[in-house]
Design a binder for this molecule. Structure first.
Ligand code: SF4
Length: 269
């Protein structure tokens, strides 16, 4: 994302009276404009979420990142596919579990993950297989028990369903299980999840400023309906996203199946 677009973000947040900036990407912290943006938005009193790859906290040159996030009261959400070293390293590569634990310990030492939630730290789990995630509260208790034994604390575990798109869809297709997984999602559709799907309350922005109803639509190149198409359109306070229709397709069953799934975890208790 270039400097002109970055400069638009605090302006749009203010003019559209948005309440949260959720930053994601391969590693958003590595963008040269990341710290300036976080600083500006925190001055506005708007919640900031960093979807943080924990290993970044030990990258050369990023040793002060955890302190920076704590100082600006940034909520940290980090992917942690399992509480066992063996499973994490098998999925993510040798040594990733250890480096992730070190990142979590560093965050804990700054006050992240405490009961008072002044510095919220949430972990994310999504199954590696074509199945729905287990009940969030049950898995959260398991994570808290097992990571607690290693001296780690966090606030919430967010369970997400795997979307049958892009790399995961290709992998399932190769194994011949894509249509079975899609069928599972459709058969598990729960209409009670519809009021809570995340596209009703967030807008996704790509690195070129194009708007999408959610990150999944962004990955699929399904741009937003209507005349408001770009971040710069939202700099006009007269432009209103409320009431615009949402582009849905087969993959949306990934959000509505079972207990539901969103960037904030399960939609049902
Ligand atoms: S995948 Fe569909 S239901 Fe889920 S957030 Fe995106 S548009 Fe909404």
């Amino acid at each position: 994302m270039d400097d002109n677009l970055l400069d638009l973000i605090p302006l749009v947040l203010r003019r559209q009276q948005m309440t949260c900036l959720d930053l994601t990407g391969g590693a958003p912290e590595l963008h040269l404009g990341f710290r300036s943006l976080v600083h500006q938005v925190s001055e506005l009193g708007i919640e900031i979420i960093d979807r943080c790859n924990l290993t970044i906290l030990s990258e050369p040159g990023q040793e002060d990142l955890a302190d920076f996030l704590a100082k600006h009261r940034v909520t940290v959400i980090a992917s942690m596919p399992c509480y066992s070293a063996e499973n994490v390293d098998r999925q993510r590569g040798d040594g990733v579990f250890e480096r992730s634990l070190n990142g979590l310990k560093k965050l804990n030492s700054l006050g992240y993950g405490s009961m008072d939630q002044t510095l919220p730290l949430h972990l994310v789990y999504n199954p590696n297989q074509p199945v729905l995630p287990p009940p969030q509260a049950v898995l959260e208790a398991d994570y808290k028990r097992e990571l607690g034994r290693l001296g780690i604390r966090f606030n919430r575990l967010l369970t997400l369903a795997n979307m049958p798109i892009q790399r995961f869809a290709k992998e399932l297709e190769r194994k011949g299980s894509l249509s079975r997984y899609q069928q599972l999602l459709e058969q598990s559709h729960n209409p009670e999840n519809l009021p809570g799907v995340m596209c009703r309350e967030l807008i996704s922005v790509d690195w070129q400023g194009n708007l999408f109803d959610c990150d999944f639509n962004q990955q699929l190149g399904l741009s937003i309906n209507g005349s408001i198409r770009h971040l710069k359109d939202l700099a006009d306070p007269e432009q209103d996203l409320n009431g615009m229709s949402i582009r849905t397709d087969q993959h949306c069953f990934g959000c509505t199946a079972g207990s539901g799934s969103s960037c904030g975890g399960a939609l049902q208790p």
